[in-house]
Write a protein that binds this ligand. Structure first.
Ligand SMILES: Cc1ncc(COP(=O)(O)O)c(C=O)c1O
Length: 462
């Protein structure tokens, strides 16, 4: 293939940036899409085009682009106190106020809040704190952590080990052997003929029970879950699933760590995904929409019982030797506080419930499309899975690159989506999206889908 004609900024990019999560062969042909600015649910490229950002960036820009109140909150905090830490007995008002607010909002009893900067750091901190708590209780054998096939919990050494997608392990010498794998709850693909969602959930809970007994309950510290699995395919759980799983963990004294990095703050129509799916965790990871992604910040919310155990141990050994320079960074905390205030003042989660029906109807209507096997979602998150044969549900050969083609065609049509494993295409727009914008999103998306179908026919794939 001939060398692509790249703009100056694209050439600078290609010479300097190591691109993650990117097909580098394809990138060398096309160059990157350089985004210059954003407003509302749209971003604008250096190519002069507007793009409806149907992924809210990376499942995170909940208030959309150009939210002036967040800019002001950051600027004011920068002027007043751009940095302060919470090591060695120091503290500051934005950090305290944010921890208080999160305790108040949390859907389960929270003793204290630990801050970090990313979802991966929050989940790494969770793993360390689970081990710390188990050791403190004299249960030193509890080292294993259960995570599910196709889970996504991040990319740091420990969180990537929990991530249940091979691509994140290959050539990295991962996963570490503390991870044990439970099944991914994907009703469309894995339910047996005639099995109801409830029966499928009960079967998965039974399988989890058997896994725990096989491994030995005393060897397991915790299980991580996402209410809706994000990067693993935007998979909504079958009815009754989370309740059934939580009951099994409870039986064996295994902590439930709820990774709400995507689902937290309105995504599923309630403040937290665990409220939509009716389960109570022992601890929770949050990030992304906590600050509408305007600045990096994440947090771990811990039950009072866990806090008591952890603080007793920290007292005994002379301190909790775990935190980051930027834990509770005052600028990030101020922006997060303002974000939470906006959610409340504008009833953003109520807005999600209101527009979700239009979003879900348009999504469900795609089931009639010749390429679409599954189209499913909740609130303002969802996905389609493109299949080679709708009747047998056969996937395309991964090498055919159908998902990637759909991503490209959608981008050509002015809508940014995310191709995931098994030709699943995720949608997760900013929570502030209006009904008219949802219409525009799906109009563009359908044009992308039709182009993908034409291309797949031309390639002899269907
Ligand atoms: C559920 C979940 N957990 C953890 C992470 C990791 O977050 P980060 O990329 O901020 O490290 C992500 C990122 O998408 C996620 O979706």
């Amino acid at each position: 293939m001939s060398a692509p004609r790249l703009s100056n900024i694209q050439s600078r990019d290609m010479a300097s940036l190591l691109h993650p999560f990117t097909n580098l062969t394809a990138l060398r042909q096309t160059g990157p899409l350089v985004i210059e600015r954003g407003q509302g649910v749209f971003v604008y490229g250096g190519d002069g085009k507007d793009y409806l950002e149907a992924m809210g960036g990376l499942w995170c820009t909940a208030l959309g682009w150009g939210e002036e109140e967040l800019v002001q909150a950051a600027a004011e905090q920068m002027r007043k106190l751009p940095f302060a830490h919470i090591f060695g007995g120091k503290s500051h008002e934005p950090g305290i106020a944010l921890a208080e607010k999160l305790k108040e909002m949390a859907p389960f009893p929270v003793g204290k809040v630990f801050f970090a900067n990313s979802g991966s750091e929050a989940n790494d901190s969770q793993i360390k704190l689970m081990w710390y708590a188990a050791n403190a209780r004299g249960q030193t054998g509890r080292k294993k952590i259960i995570a599910r096939d196709r889970a996504y919990h991040g990319v740091t050494l420990a969180s990537a080990s929990l991530t249940g997608l091979d691509a994140f392990h290959k050539s990295f010498d991962l996963p570490f052997d503390f991870t044990i794998r439970a099944a991914c709850p994907h009703y469309y693909r894995d339910a047996r003929p005639g099995e109801t969602e409830e029966q499928y959930s009960a079967r998965l809970a039974g399988d989890l029970d058997a896994l725990i007994r096989r491994e030995g309950p005393d060897t397991i510290a915790a299980m991580f879950t996402e209410a809706v699995m994000g990067a693993g395919g935007a998979i909504v759980p079958p009815r009754g699933y989370h309740e059934a799983i939580a009951a099994v963990l409870d039986k064996y004294g295994i902590y439930l760590v709820d990774d709400e990095v995507i689902c937290g703050f309105g995504r599923t129509g309630n403040a937290f995904g665990c409220q939509t799916y009716n389960y109570q965790p022992d601890s929770m990871s949050i990030a992304k929409a906590l600050s509408s992604a305007y600045v990096p910040i994440s947090a771990v919310l811990l039950s009072p019982e866990l806090v008591e155990i952890i603080e007793e141990e920290a007292t005994r050994i002379g301190g909790l030797w775990h935190a980051f320079t930027y834990s509770a960074h005052p600028v990030a905390a101020a922006v997060a506080l303002k974000t939470l205030e906006i959610y409340e003042r504008r009833d953003t989660f109520g807005h999600v419930r209101q527009v979700a029906s239009v979003f879900q109807q348009r999504l469900a209507a795609l089931r009639a499309h010749p390429l679409v096997g599954e189209a499913n979602g909740v609130g303002l998150i969802g996905a389609i899975e493109m299949v080679a044969d709708k009747r047998t549900k056969a996937n395309f050969d991964a090498k055919a690159g159908v998902g990637a083609a759909m991503g490209r065609f959608c981008q050509d049509e002015g809508v940014i989506v995310r191709p995931l494993i098994h030709d699943r295409i995720a949608l997760c727009p900013p929570l502030v999206i209006t009904e008219a914008e949802i219409g525009e999103l799906f109009d563009r998306f359908e044009r992308g889908l039709n182009k993908t179908l034409d291309w797949a026919k031309a390639e002899g794939l269907v």
